[in-house]
Design a protein around this ligand. Sequence first.
Ligand SMILES: Cc1cc2nc3c(=O)[nH]c(=O)nc-3n(C[C@H](O)[C@H](O)[C@H](O)COP(=O)(O)OP(=O)(O)OC[C@H]3O[C@@H](n4cnc5c(N)ncnc54)[C@H](O)[C@@H]3O)c2cc1C
Length: 499
Amino acid sequence: MKHEVVIAGGGPTGMMLAGELTLAGVDVAIVERRAIAELVGSRAGGLHARTLEVFDQRGIADRFLAEGQKAQATGFAGVHFDLSGFPTRHPYSLGLRQNHIERILAGWIDELKVPIYRGIEVTGFAQDDTGVDVELSDGRSLRAQYLVGCDGGRSLVRKAAGIAFPGSDPTTSNLIAEAELAETPPEWGIRRDALGIHALGRVEYEIRNGEIVYADHGPVGVLVTEQHVGQTTEPTLSDLSAALITVYGTDYGIHSPTSISRFTDAARQAASYRKGRVLIAGDAAHVHPPDGGQGLQTGVQDAVNLGWKLAQVVKGASPESLLDTYHAERHPIGARVLRSTMASIVLRCEDERTKALRDTIAELLGMDEPRRRFAAMMSGLDIHYDLGEGHPLLGRRMPDLDLVTDNGPLRVFSLLHAARPVLLNLGEPGAFDITPWADRVQLVDAKYVGPWELPALGPVTAPTAVLVRPDGYVTWVGDLTQPGLADALTTWFGPPTAA
Ligand SMILES: Cc1cc2nc3c(=O)[nH]c(=O)nc-3n(C[C@H](O)[C@H](O)[C@H](O)COP(=O)(O)OP(=O)(O)OC[C@H]3O[C@@H](n4cnc5c(N)ncnc54)[C@H](O)[C@@H]3O)c2cc1C
């Protein structure tokens, strides 16, 4: 059996990548260990602004917005940021549990007809000069040009590729579960003590006036810090009960768990995101504590960075070296996420010195400039890929402006729905000729009269033209007198087609 690309793992990262590759016309298949599509248990609780924008770029943000609850849930070290004034169509986070996020993504890739080999594991692979033989747990194998490991923190693909995973060992261990309680606790919500952070809350909740209001019945989500680190066995109901008794003095008669899992504050990042024809993305490439809710966002955005590049290499439009820009761009972003989550972990402690430090940081984050910068970082809106010196838009996300064209009004993001690059000419109509790239790059003449403002940076000079990659990042800014457009088109979208 053959595919151009095989993805190991159909979590959020794998599904997003499969969608991106399919939009670009690549024959891609997912191999997913889970037999059923539904994700059981609690993981991510929502989406931050940039991830919502990324979904908006593909025309699927409304599917998430229709089911989630908008909230100002971006924060750092206990300080919540209000994104209301930010120049984005999504100046908020969206409360939506990962099982729903995955269900919506699964619906999207189902429409795109992505084949999924379910209930099957990738057990190994062998790569040669022309492709990869991917071994499956049912004894079959798949041949692909490229294999991408989106197979989570314990990634078999990463390990089998021999990619180092340096970082820090865990200092805390948490149990997260969904179960029934025989007794109602006197209070819901978060509790902090010398051991760490704990939380009890009904799985179902509403956000009213910015406050979480839990349902008055139904299953309960439990988060509890364990007394000891380093357990290697699968967590059980008695582990959960013991941990609750240590913290709350009672286990509230916990019973009938539907899921119990353990996570730690280990923070590790792959030394390389690529080894030949094997790439890794999402948790397979980076694991860190859940503080700040960054994991799923980073994985989805890894996928959107990699998808179009891999598609162009598979289709022969670009050389393999384009894939190296995936590591070059995404590794620093992952490293930054690790840094902020590691700092959050330290700031979680309840001793007097840490409290003093937390208060000091809260004071700093009460000031305009630091607050704006951290809010932009934690929401992902400030991501900046190093594409060299120049206009501030270079390497940053293209804002979703309201344009006017000869055919009527147009949103920038709607130009990205098909995941194709676009040269947006806001100057003299008809001024550009990109015929040698016309098979790959859209050319759109439009007018824009509003302000140009970037999150964290503020107002920037209005450009005459911008070249926007399928992932929504600007790779060239200029006008007719400015050289470099042909170079940028060649670097990112391949050499010109001969006339
Ligand atoms: C308690 C907790 C809270 C969190 N909160 C947040 C949050 O608020 N915001 C946020 O953004 N992130 C959060 N995260 C992180 C988020 O859940 C992960 O970052 C996200 O699931 C990563 O997606 P992924 O697709 O890379 O990996 P995963 O979701 O782990 O998916 C990997 C998939 O690969 C499959 N698989 C594994 N091995 C194989 C194999 N050999 N062959 C085939 N299939 C395989 C698995 O079955 C799985 O479906 C949280 C995590 C935890 C534990």
